[in-house]
Ligand binder design. Structure first.
Ligand code: SAM
Length: 325
């Protein structure tokens, strides 16, 4: 056999190796090994006692969590301590707790539903604790730069200090528009999402010092009216691929109405590439299962946008597109 036709078993090991991290984290969350450490470093014995679990099992799990830098091991005292990220996101009861988000994404029920969805071609449906995802996003070190790059790439014009009104639909923590508002003092933002998710956006707006220029509108983008001609720009960030084609067509119609003539709709989504890509295929499998969405290609977006009257639809890269009213 030539080297190129030799089977490579490392490729097969790679097919499941990545799954261990999620499942061990799931075990740690189900046992709740993090909360006993929230009052300070503790021994494996006291964590095992607090979790009502075996010492050997808990020690092995704590050691694993140290090996992936979620916990720290203090050699002198043989105690385990939370890292700042574990303290913020993995301690049940912390304002920024995101453990249920991890549990939802590692739940065997999700994978069972995905199997059903692939078999039947119909979304099995799955609900997620979005506010916890929003907390994670709101502390992501890379998101501010990503957000500013988005607005720069689509060429959103800042009109000489004139107010620029932005509508952020299904905003999550709102970082994409709030980062832009932080960078430009004439930017005003209206954030729309469920009330629990908007709590995170409120917190981030306060951290960014822009809350005086932000309106928080609890609501449902599938049914709410966003008014007529009020906004210079609207953002649909990582939501269109969750929605079905019918839901997208309806949302685009109301986003069109909400924009002033000449206003810009920006879509941050995941679009498939000519060669199958991991990110887009993964998104399609997940979004199909959650709600019947998919990583739709650019020409599908263009069709929906044309239908409601948008013009100058441009695909900027594999993720960003814009259109003008
Ligand atoms: C993947 S997050 C995207 C957050 C943000 N737009 C971004 O670009 O990162 C999806 C968000 O959509 C919100 N969402 C889903 N369906 C919604 C609906 N019908 N009305 C309002 N918000 C919705 C969820 O609460 C969640 O915050």
């Amino acid at each position: 056999m030539s080297p190129s036709t030799m089977p490579d078993s490392d490729k097969i090991y790679d097919l499941y190796g990545g799954g261990f991290l999620g499942q061990f984290t799931r075990l740690a969350l189900l046992l709740d090994v993090f909360t006993p450490l929230s009052s300070g470093p503790a021994s494996a014995e006291s964590v095992a006692l607090a979790c009502n679990a075996s010492l050997e099992g808990v020690r092995a799990l704590l050691n694993y969590l140290c090996s992936v830098q979620v916990l720290e091991y203090q050699l002198d005292s043989q105690r385990y301590a939370l890292t700042p990220s574990a303290a913020a996101f993995l301690v049940r009861g912390a304002k920024t707790f995101a453990g249920d988000w991890i549990l939802a994404n590692t739940d065997p029920v999700l994978w069972e539903k995905m199997l059903q969805t692939v078999r039947s071609g119909t979304a099995a449906g799955y609900s997620l604790p979005w506010a916890q995802d929003a907390w994670l996003e709101s502390y992501s070190p890379s998101r501010v730069a990503y957000s500013l790059e988005l607005w720069h790439t689509v060429g959103l014009a800042l009109n000489d200090g004139q107010p620029l009104r932005m509508l952020d639909l299904a905003c999550g923590c709102g970082i994409k528009t709030l980062a832009f508002a932080q960078a430009h003092e004439n930017v005003w933002v209206t954030c729309v999402d469920s009330d629990s998710v908007l709590d995170v956006a409120r917190d981030l707006a306060a951290r960014f010092g822009v809350e005086a220029r932000v309106t928080f509108m609890p609501g449902d983008i599938l049914s709410d009216d966003f008014g007529e001609g009020q906004y210079d720009a609207a953002l649909l960030g990582l939501i269109t691929y969750i929605l079905t084609p019918e839901q997208n067509a309806a949302v685009f119609q109301r986003a069109y109405r909400a924009l002033r003539p000449g206003g810009m709709l920006v879509i941050d989504a995941i679009m498939p590439t000519a060669q199958p890509a991991e990110w887009a295929s993964r998104a399609t499998l997940l979004m199909n299962t959650w709600n019947g969405g998919a990583a739709y290609p650019f020409h599908v977006y263009q069709g929906w946008l044309d239908q409601v009257g948008f013009r100058k639809t441009v695909q900027h890269n594999e993720q960003w597109l814009s259109a003008i009213k």
